[in-house]
Design a protein around this ligand. Structure first.
Ligand SMILES: NC(=O)c1ccc[n+]([C@@H]2O[C@H](COP(=O)([O-])OP(=O)(O)OC[C@H]3O[C@@H](n4cnc5c(N)ncnc54)[C@H](O)[C@@H]3O)[C@@H](O)[C@H]2O)c1
Length: 401
């Protein structure tokens, strides 16, 4: 059987622990035997990042900028404990955070749906994709406890003046204050990345905030989204995409009654909360994919979960594991399908879709890893090992080729 040829390279970012084990199996059993692709390989495993003083992370992001499509395995973001565990020079920053800032990108999370897992919200029959703004607000806030009566003001000192002041509160007793900010450039990039992804996925786009109460701060976001969607009206219309601004409380209520098939853009805190609501509603972390999209259309695909550390320690002890590889497989297929689309090679896109079909067929036949057993109806009698599941997918894929 001739392999499917891929025109342009795909950037491959390797990672850590159990997901690194899974990643290698996917490449060996589901990709290499069927696809002739030039993979630009970057090892983002924590030891390699340490060895290169983390230069490899920046290089991998530059490669994604050059080639347009990357696939990434989950990586450790080291804390003090991990510095000791892996004997690192220091606690290197999150690779995801760095890549996101180099690509100026937005992360979209998308659940993988199968017929035999019923979402907690019965009406959800299509994926709800969440786009979370990843800069500022609560996450860059400054806070102060007020313990005595007194005035708290916001003081703005523009270069060249004049200074202006705004009374935040005249405290008569103890209390607390917070100052938050955001940047026009960041909000605009977020809006553009949302438009790019809505067009790419052909999904209606919602943005929600609370501009009835926050008439300046939230209205600033709303206005930027309005301006960006107006500027790209022709592109949105051509793709048949409707943009809607909704109050956050209205959107939160409406989403419970929708079938899904929506791209929901949210500010940082709302996105933090609702991405967990949507993930829990759809079932399992092992079934949630994530894609980073830059405003000018570069893509990096990955699983939304981490390195599944506990399973890795079992694996190191030689114990059998049953780790869900679905989201990691979909990171590969997302990259392959996008590569085919950007290169104008439909056979490559079709191959990505075939792997996805093989995965879904397995799950719908009750061939699953342990984490899915309690969610599947009817409940399967047994579960697969980590490798057993990937082998089952490979066998189905062969039949589809
Ligand atoms: N995108 C990323 O690269 C990313 C994201 C989150 C965490 N991390 C890193 O991952 C490491 C472990 O973090 P964590 O334990 O908080 O998150 P985790 O996602 O690895 O695990 C959280 C929980 O979900 C379970 N789980 C997650 N994915 C699973 C799967 N595929 N199959 C079966 N069970 C699964 C785990 O057993 C655990 O109970 C940390 O070092 C963290 O820095 C990386």
């Amino acid at each position: 059987m001739a392999k499917v040829q891929v025109k342009t390279p795909i950037v491959e970012l390797d990672g850590d622990e159990m997901t690194r084990i899974i990643w290698a199996m996917i490449k060996e059993k589901l990709i290499r035997p069927f696809l002739d692709v030039n993979l630009k390989y970057y090892d983002l495993g924590v030891q390699k990042r340490d060895e290169t003083d983390d230069r490899i992370t920046t290089e991998s992001a530059r490669a994604i900028q050059q080639y347009g499509v990357g696939v990434k395995c989950a990586t450790i973001t080291p804390d003090a404990e991990r510095v000791v565990e892996y004997k690192l020079k220091k606690a290197w920053p999150s690779p995801n955070g760095q890549i996101r800032s180099i690509l100026d990108g937005t992360v979209f999370r998308k659940p993988i749906l199968v017929k035999n897992i019923t979402p907690a919200v019965r009406s959800w029959t299509k994926p709800i994709i969440l786009g979370r703004h990843a800069y500022g607000d609560l996450y860059r806030g400054v806070e102060l406890v007020v313990d005595k009566p007194g005035k708290v003001e916001i003081v703005y000192n523009p270069t060249g003046g004049p200074e202006s002041r705004l009374l935040l509160h005249d405290f008569k007793g103890p209390g607390v204050v917070m100052g938050i900010h955001n940047l026009e450039k960041s909000i605009r990039s977020f809006a553009r990345a949302c438009i790019t992804y809505a067009v790419s996925e052909k999904l209606p786009l919602w943005f929600s905030a609370k501009d009835t109460i926050s008439k300046t701060y939230h209205a600033y976001f709303k206005n930027i989204f309005a301006a960006e969607t107006a500027a790209q009206k022709a592109r949105l219309e051509q793709a048949g995409i409707q943009y809607r601004y909704m109050l956050i409380d209205d959107a939160a209520a409406q989403i419970m009654k929708q079938a899904g098939g929506i791209l929901w853009a949210l500010s940082n805190y709302d996105g933090d909360v609702f991405s967990d609501v949507v993930a829990a509603g759809f079932g399992s972390l092992g079934m949630m994919t994530s894609v980073l999209v830059s405003p000018d259309g570069q893509y990096e695909f990955e699983a939304a979960h981490g390195t599944v550390r506990r399973h890795y320690y079992e694996h190191l002890k030689g114990h059998p594991t049953s780790t869900n590889s679905v989201a990691s497989i979909f990171a590969w297929t997302g990259g392959i399908k996008k590569r085919g689309e950007l290169d104008g090679t439909p056979e490559v896109t079709r191959f990505g879709a075939k792997i996805e079909k093989a995965v879904i067929d397995c799950i719908e036949a009750g061939v699953v890893t342990k984490d899915l057993v309690p969610l599947i109806e009817p409940r399967p009698a047994a579960h697969q090992s980590t490798e057993g599941f990937i082998d089952a997918v490979a066998a189905r894929l062969k039949d589809l080729m």
